[in-house]
Design a protein around this ligand. Structure first.
Ligand code: PEP
Ligand code: MG
Length: 609
């Protein structure tokens, strides 16, 4: 297990000898926070390597099994302790069920016969000690995960967590108990496994979270967002540059972290926090107001979510529904696909909390970088490979279980089913046939299913946008996934910083596709949403209103700022702005034009750019 040592000194004052240092990371959960650092060090364990005489082999395998059992019991204790603390918590805590599942996933890994057999084989065949066998086998598994992106780094972190726990138990080293972060501290860690996060974020009343590593979509970031704890991830080396108790300040929107802020910086941060909180309060006052423009055009604002426990926070920020539930997150941390029953209960629970709100559940967007542990195939161009609907159509059992789960959950609320990465009508028709088949089977079994469940598609391939008029005739709604539409149209990998200068949502090529897609949807009488990150950026709100989107779906922190802008916009004026923009040619010109207009009108709300 991860060595965990709390080095906190209850000293909120700045170190007089330390210089302030600003680090740039990724804003993972909005808000401004500062406080004394609570350092969680996950120092890796030194792993001995030696050969064994033949007569010691059986004993070594037995030693391994004993350490595996001990680790399993320890995880069970962590789960029980967290459950007790959750029961005692004053209010429901988001993100926790998913995290309990991750602890379960660690335990299933420990109980996995394949894993145990591999370990024993290394010990027997190579006569190596158990500690080294663990490192060797986990290294192989990590190698098979491939991928250099944040998601795979996190999964590799999970495996390190397990490996450290096993090795420490073999070496008889004590595993420190979780220390309680003092209220108001900023938790700083190299990385935080979901198990650590679950205990530390749930238990303490921390002010903020800073991670050297991690990504915006990591489970720890998701948990921070669900708990509304400001967080910055991927800062580089903040832990190495801090001593316990040093003051740390962070801005979870801009992704900045200041270590040991100077008195002047601290005053600036305090003012920033007061401004953020006042602004939040003002925004929250508009929570129940509709996103209607001054001239009466109504735009629905929905939330994007990855774990079901995010839903209550989305409602608290005025989400009118769920516009995108990325269901692949149900599967990413485990080796076996979710069963039909698991799909059913996750979707039913979500629909029940949503009540009369609309819930758009996207079928698995697996493939490319999102492949469950160990199952990675090697493709030369995974982003253009067997991903999303292509992947599910090739995996009828996987798709069938999800569709049956969705259909069974449908009577519990207002469900819409959405298919990712459609390239053409063939895929839409094939997916519809799978859905019809699942419906028939369930009807034969006497299962109740909602009579009408809208089936829509994500428009995220340029080909789909180009034939939007044809697709619109055969589906019930569109949702434009600009994260992918921009990357595929401009051939600029959304995660590659070398080409980020090319990744411009306001490229005329993109705007023309958006315009054509919205018109095609409306001509066919179906609604059109946007659920890519572009939808949640206040800077684009006027353009999106002007283009005529019916619904915008975004993450929690964007809902209220976007609503505020929409309520101050005039739709007719926005349409005029789109007409003017369409006469320009370069992304640069278009960005400048919109920036000037938006700044004149809204100042601080869009001034970041
Ligand atoms: C998108 O591509 O814009 C989208 C919302 O899907 P994802 O980010 O999950 O690929
Ligand atoms: Mg996408």
């Amino acid at each position: 297990m991860a060595a965990l040592s709390a080095l906190f000194e209850a000293r909120a004052s700045m170190r007089s000898d330390g210089k302030s240092l600003t680090l740039q990371g990724i804003g993972a959960s909005p808000g401004v926070a500062f406080g004394p650092a609570f350092l969680v060090e996950r120092g890796r364990v030194r792993t001995p390597r030696y050969h064994l005489p033949p007569e010691k082999i059986d004993g070594e395998v037995a030693r391994l099994h004993a350490a595996v059992e001990l680790s399993d019991r320890q995880l069970e204790e962590v789960k029980a302790r967290v459950a007790r603390e959750l029961d005692a918590a004053p209010r429901p805590i988001g993100g926790t069920r998913e995290h309990a599942l991750i602890l379960d996933a660690y335990q299933s890994m420990l109980r996995d016969p394949f894993f145990l057999r591999e370990l024993a084989t290394v010990i027997r065949d190579e006569r190596l000690n158990a500690e080294w066998a663990i490192r060797r086998v986990l290294r192989q598994i990590k190698g098979s995960l491939g991928g250099g992106d944040a998601y795979f780094r996190e999964r590799r972190g999970d495996l390190d967590f397990l490996g450290d726990r096993l090795v420490k138990n073999l070496l008889g080293q004590a595993i420190e108990p979780y220390a309680v972060p003092p209220a108001g501290s900023v938790l700083v860690a190299r990385d935080l496994s979901p198990a650590d996060a679950m205990v530390l974020l749930v238990r303490g009343k921390i002010a903020g979270l800073v991670l050297d590593q991690g990504g915006r979509t990591g489970h720890t970031a998701l948990l921070a967002r669900a708990r509304e704890i400001p967080a910055v991830v991927a800062t580089g080396l903040s832990t190495a540059r801090l001593a316990a108790g040093d003051v740390v300040a962070l801005d979870g929107v801009r992704g900045t972290v200041i270590l040991r802020p100077s008195p002047a910086e601290l005053t600036g941060i305090e003012e920033g926090r007061t401004r953020f909180l006042t602004h939040e309060r003002e925004l929250l006052a508009g929570r129940d107001l509709p996103a209607t423009t001054l001239d009466g055009v109504r735009v629905e604002l929905h939330g994007n979510m990855e774990i079901p426990e995010e839903a209550p926070s989305l409602w608290a920020h005025g989400a009118e529904g769920i516009g995108l539930y990325r269901t692949e997150f149900l599967y990413l941390d485990r080796r076996e696909a979710p069963t039909e029953e698991e799909h059913f209960s996750a979707y039913r629970a979500l629909l029940q909390t949503a009540g009369s709100r609309q819930v758009t559940i996207r079928t698995f967007d697996l493939g490319a970088d999102k492949v469950p542990g160990g199952a990675r195939r090697h493709e030369a161009n995974p982003a253009m490979g067997l991903r999303a609907i292509r992947f599910t159509l090739r995996s009828p059992r996987l798709f069938g279980a999800q569709l049956r789960g969705l259909l069974r959950a449908s009577p519990y609320g207002r469900l819409r089913i959405m298919l990712p990465m459609l390239g053409g009508l063939d895929e839409l028709r094939e997916a519809r046939a799978h859905l019809a088949l699942a419906r028939e089977e369930l009807a034969r079994e006497g299962t109740e299913i909602a009579e009408r469940i809208p089936l829509g598609i994500m428009v995220e391939l340029p080909a789909a946008a180009a034939i939007a008029d044809r697709l619109a005739r055969e589906c019930d709604f569109f949702s434009i996934g600009t994260n992918d539409l921009v990357q595929y149209t401009l051939a600029a990998d959304r995660g590659n910083p070398l080409v980020s200068y090319l990744y411009r949502p306001l490229h005329l090529g993109i705007l023309r596709m958006l315009d054509f897609t919205v018109r095609a949807a409306h001509d066919a009488g179906i609604p059109v949403a946007m659920c890519g990150e572009m939808a949640g950026d206040p800077f684009y709100a006027a353009i999106l209103v002007g283009l005529g989107f019916d619904e915008l779906s975004m993450s929690l922190g964007s809902l209220l700022p976007v609503k505020k802008i929409i309520r101050a916009l005039d739709a007719a004026e926005s349409r005029q702005m789109v007409a003017e923009v369409m006469k320009l040619s370069t992304a640069e010109e278009i960005e400048r034009f919109i920036r000037d207009r938006m700044r004149d009108r809204f100042g601080p709300l869009v001034e970041e750019r």
